[in-house]
Design a binder for this molecule. Structure first.
Ligand code: FAD
Ligand code: NAD
Length: 468
């Protein structure tokens, strides 16, 4: 039986990063993945393919709507070739997942293809894809089995017309009318992809705003921008049935007043969140406890109740984000090596890759109010930037929340072009406990979108914005 210092179950961004860091720190490491490609949800059916589709559909939208204004005439009709778009997306995925295999080889990590399940706290059985079983001995195990789409109890996901994000990344035709249940990250990103490609898109959201966990200012601005793109929103609607009839999907919901509303489309994307995935893992055999939400319960060191078993990523509490999983993978590896790493969960940024992009770090205005913390607001509109006007991406703003007495930055919330990349300035500032004035006094290249960060910081510092 092969013995390892560490076995990692699951090869998503949590698992593969944990494995690399363990190997870097000199541990003999194995990674077990049930699928034939590494990279988990993120690389295969999540972050990467969805961004590939967002980018392709964005190019199409630009070609149709904006090229002429830029002085670019394309003779003839501009058409979508969905098959090619999906082929390109798959090419990006394949290249990326092969890259992980390369990293495993480079770091001398043994890769097992098969379903990992606990026999006890140190023995893991691997049901391999070739039908054979193998047991390995692991001094320590990191559970990184991720998540799967969740649904509502009355919905049958037929995966043809009543679909999750996984199928939405593989469609054979452009829907005529896509009904999206859930106005969160997946619903808006993939809803926008198909809207750009020509579908009618109706979003049904249970709460009274989209992206309800983000700062309310961002929800409002994103909805305004997406309404301009003709996405239809139905807020405060409670979906009560989803029925497939031939090529039609009929969704019934109650609106705020309790009136029944019927939506008829040809596809329904169910994007109401994801659930932790532990099927087949047999954690009971190792004595690992779950929390009341079906997640693996861990302490502040990401250790389960069984001392040599840790868990990271989507399968434990907290935001279901790739970079959160990665930080946790690194943290566990360093703990196993005797180091004392730390993650500040308040400083894990959240991004929605619609256009305009939405990004945030730290506390929202709602959270600060609830906590009774006095704060100042500095906000700057993207349209006041020369760079935004040059590219015609004028929607959005940057908002900085700073402590009313100390000026420490408590939250950065932004919507606009390239905010997914701009947010790292907010993270850096907050990691170093910068004040709004610290940001305001730093030089920001002109003309860039980053000037909106400086201007918002100036606005938070005695209302000193220069260009409004
Ligand atoms: P996963 O990536 O889910 O990986 C878990 C792996 O474990 C899987 O490969 C699974 O097959 C394997 N596994 C499970 N059980 C076993 C077993 N018993 N034996 C062997 N292997 C097993 N996050 C972002 O930060 N940015 C984004 O832009 C983003 N976009 C997304 C878009 C979509 C459409 C979706 C669905 C998700 C997106 N996410 C995004 C979320 C992100 O994908 C997850 O947060 C991330 O993948 C979690 O990583 P993980 O390592 O915890 O688990
Ligand atoms: P989500 O939690 O972002 O959004 C789900 C939405 O569905 C919420 O707005 C919620 O109020 C709504 N909802 C829940 N029940 C409903 C009901 N019965 N009727 C109508 N609406 C209902 O979940 P998601 O969009 O499915 O994404 C799942 C996870 O994947 C998220 O946790 C997210 O972190 C991750 N993800 C991240 C990114 C990114 O970082 N850009 C992209 C995609 C997915």
């Amino acid at each position: 039986m092969t013995e390892y210092d560490v076995a990692v179950i699951g090869s998503g961004p949590g698992g593969y990063v944990a494995a690399i860091r363990c190997a870097q720190l000199g541990m003999k490491t194995a990674i077990i993945e049930k699928y034939s490609t590494l990279g988990g949800t993120c690389l295969n059916v999540g972050c990467i393919p969805s961004k590939a589709m967002l980018d392709s559909s964005h190019h199409y939208e630009d070609a149709v709507k904006h090229f002429q204004e830029h002085g670019i005439d394309i003779p003839g009709e501009i058409k979508v070739n969905l098959k090619q778009m999906i082929t390109r997306k798959q090419g990006v995925v394949d290249m990326t997942t092969k890259g992980i295999q390369f990293l495993m080889d480079k770091n001398k990590i043994d890769v097992y293809e098969g379903v990992g399940s606990f026999k006890d706290a140190t023995h893991i059985d691997i049901a391999k894809s070739d039908g054979k079983n193998e047991t390995i001995l692991a001094k320590n195990t990191i559970i990184a089995t991720g998540s799967k789409p969740s649904t509502l109890p009355f919905i049958t996901l037929d995966k043809e017309r009543v679909i999750t994000s996984t199928e939405a990344l593989e469609l054979k035709e452009i829907p005529k009318h896509m009904i999206v249940i859930g106005g969160g990250v997946i619903g808006l990103e993939l809803g926008q992809v198909y809207k750009r490609l020509g579908s009618e898109v109706s979003v049904i959201e249970y709460m009274d705003r989209i992206i309800p966990t983000m700062d309310a200012g961002l929800s409002k601005e994103l909805m305004k921008a997406m309404k301009k793109q003709k996405v239809k929103f139905n807020l405060s609607h409670k979906v009560k049935s989803v029925e497939r009839k031939g090529k039609e999907v009929i969704v019934k919901a109650d609106d705020k007043k309790g009136n029944e509303v019927t939506f008829t489309g040809d596809y329904c994307l169910v994007s109401v969140g994801r659930r932790p995935y532990t099927d087949g893992l047999n954690v009971e055999a190792a004595g690992v406890q779950m929390d009341d939400r079906g997640k693996i319960a861990v302490n502040d060191h990401l250790q389960t109740n069984v001392p040599n078993i840790y868990a990271i990523g989507d399968v434990i509490r907290g935001a279901m984000l790739a970079h959160k999983a990665e930080e946790e993978g690194t943290m566990v590896a360093e703990i196993l090596a005797g180091q004392k790493p730390h993650i500040d969960y308040n400083l894990i940024p959240g991004v929605v890759y619609t256009w305009p992009e939405v990004a945030a770090v730290g506390k929202t205005e709602e959270q600060l109010k609830e906590a009774g913390i006095a704060y100042k607001v500095g906000q700057f509109p993207m349209r006041a930037l020369g760079r935004a006007r040059a590219s015609m991406d004028v929607d959005g703003f940057v908002k900085i929340l700073a402590d009313a007495s100390t000026d420490e930055v408590l939250g950065v919330h932004m919507i606009g072009a390239r905010c997914a990349d701009l947010i790292s300035e907010g993270v850096t500032a907050m990691e170093f406990r910068a004040s709004a004035e610290d940001i305001a006094r730093m030089s920001h290249a002109h003309p860039t979108y980053s000037e909106a960060v400086k201007e918002a910081a100036l606005a938070a510092t005695d209302d000193r914005a220069l260009h409004v």
